[in-house]
Design a protein around this ligand. Structure first.
Ligand SMILES: *Cc1c(COP(=O)(O)O)cnc(C)c1O
Length: 420
């Protein structure tokens, strides 16, 4: 079947993400989505192993989200949030506050994960300014971390991860060290804080799983170490749960597994169940209260045009309904067991360095992948959508994926790796 007119005439005008446009393989033309299926323009359909960059946790086109979205679209797609509020945003804020641990009660909406992290950084820096503390503007983050693609979030991503190193030196450098996981890294972490804590305002970390940095796991004890250090040195602990939030690691939030309460948390990816862009930065009371003042300069000066978009908030509320009505976390537990069982045989295949699973995340780490794009093409030929990056092949399916669809994904990985 020849490519449709919109494809051939539109493609020359499109600049794709993370792609060398000179050599990138032609992108797939998608017509529609349904459940865990991506239906292509040419009639093929692919089983989705990625859930639209980890967002579509209920599968695509869930009828409940669609019904709520259509209702909201008819009533009010958007209205400005400057001086006005509406039911979808306020209901969502109180639901998030109830779901999140402790007094994480104050919700600031944005429309992408990177900007949610930027807002968290602004909150952490202005927290010091509003308290009259000077000299504490640095951010401490960790090797293997990923927090976004905007200029400020690039400063706190792993400098070696290969996406942003071209920009080193453009923005002021921040502190990036190893997560305190073993005796040596814990000692180095402690020494680092003894020397530098008085220049730092906040620690930023992705709890339990460093996602885009390589799907690297760490145990909950690491988060308790960070919480203790933050308390000891008066630092703000920011947990970036943009990837891990909403069940992906097996609990509603990854931080729940460590039993800690961060001072600020960032949420996005699965917030609307993969329907539309929305993000939130949620702060605890003691952070929020630092911004309450008779001095107008102490207000948080941030306000995205589409902040708290009612349509997006309605989709997020519908997604939270589904976490209440359907057995999502049980499905994640079943996925964890199935992924472990079905990916384990990959461990002995040529070039495999590690196999690991947490919640609905399954990872096959290779010694080396010569060309991730070629590997992707081989998966497409197998009828699955799996998008390897660097030396990582991973599955982050919808929590509602069927057993047959899941085994189609894992057996495609086994088959492709067996052929070398
Ligand atoms: C995806 C991601 C971001 C960035 O979110 P965008 O919506 O792509 O800007 C930030 N932090 C983490 C942990 C992420 O996984």
């Amino acid at each position: 079947m020849s490519a449709p007119d919109w494809y051939t005439s539109g493609l020359p005008h499109i600049w794709l993400p993370y792609s060398q446009m000179k050599t990138a393989p032609a992108p797939l033309a998608v017509r529609s989505t349904r459940g865990s299926l991506i239906e292509l323009q040419d009639g093929r359909s692919l089983i989705d192993g990625v859930a639209a960059w980890w967002t579509a946790c209920h599968g695509y086109n869930h009828p409940h989200i669609r019904a709520c979205a259509e209702e909201q679209l008819a009533r009010m797609p958007h209205v400005m949030f400057g001086g006005m509020v509406h039911e979808p945003a306020l209901r969502l804020a109180s639901r998030l506050a109830a779901l999140l641990a402790g007094d994480l009660d104050h919700v600031f909406y944005t429309d992408s994960g990177s900007v949610a992290v930027e807002v968290a950084l602004k909150m952490a820096i202005q927290y010091r300014i509003n308290r009259g503390e000077t000299g504490r503007t640095k951010i401490l983050s960790f090797r293997g971390g990923y927090h976004g693609d905007t200029l400020a979030t690039m400063m706190i991503c792993d400098p070696e991860e290969g996406m942003h190193h071209l920009f080193s030196g453009v923005m002021p450098s921040q502190y990036i060290i190893d997560l305190p996981q073993d005796a040596a890294s814990s000692a180095a972490f402690e020494t680092f804080l003894e020397t530098h804590a008085d220049t730092i305002t906040a620690i930023v970390v992705e709890p339990l799983v460093q996602g885009a940095g390589g799907m690297i796991f760490h145990p909950p004890a690491v988060l308790r170490t960070l919480r203790e250090a933050a308390d000891k040195y008066g630092l703000i602990l920011i947990l970036d749960e943009i990837f891990t939030g909403f069940g992906r690691t097996g609990s509603m939030f990854a931080s729940d597994q460590a039993g800690i309460v961060p001072d600020i948390i960032t949420l996005s990816k699965a917030l609307t169940g993969g329907t539309v862009a929305l993000a939130a930065t949620v702060a605890r009371r003691h952070i929020y209260e630092t911004f309450l003042s008779d001095n107008p300069e102490h207000a948080l000066m941030h306000g995205p045009t589409f902040m708290a978009n009612p349509f997006a908030c309605a989709c997020a509320n519908a997604s939270l309904d589904l976490f209440e009505r359907e057995p999502r976390l049980d499905q994640v537990a079943n996925l964890e067991a199935a992924l472990s069982e079905q990916l384990e045989p990959c461990r002995t295949l040529p070039g495999v360095r590690d196999v690991r699973v947490m919640g609905a995340i399954g990872v096959v780490e290779m010694e080396h992948i010569a060309d991730p794009a070629t590997l992707r093409t081989r998966f497409i030929a197998e009828g699955v959508w799996i998008r390897p990056f660097r030396n990582i092949i991973y599955l982050t399916p919808a929590f509602t994926i069927t057993a047959n669809e899941l085994s189609a994904l894992t057996s495609a990985i086994q088959r492709v790796l067996s052929c070398g």
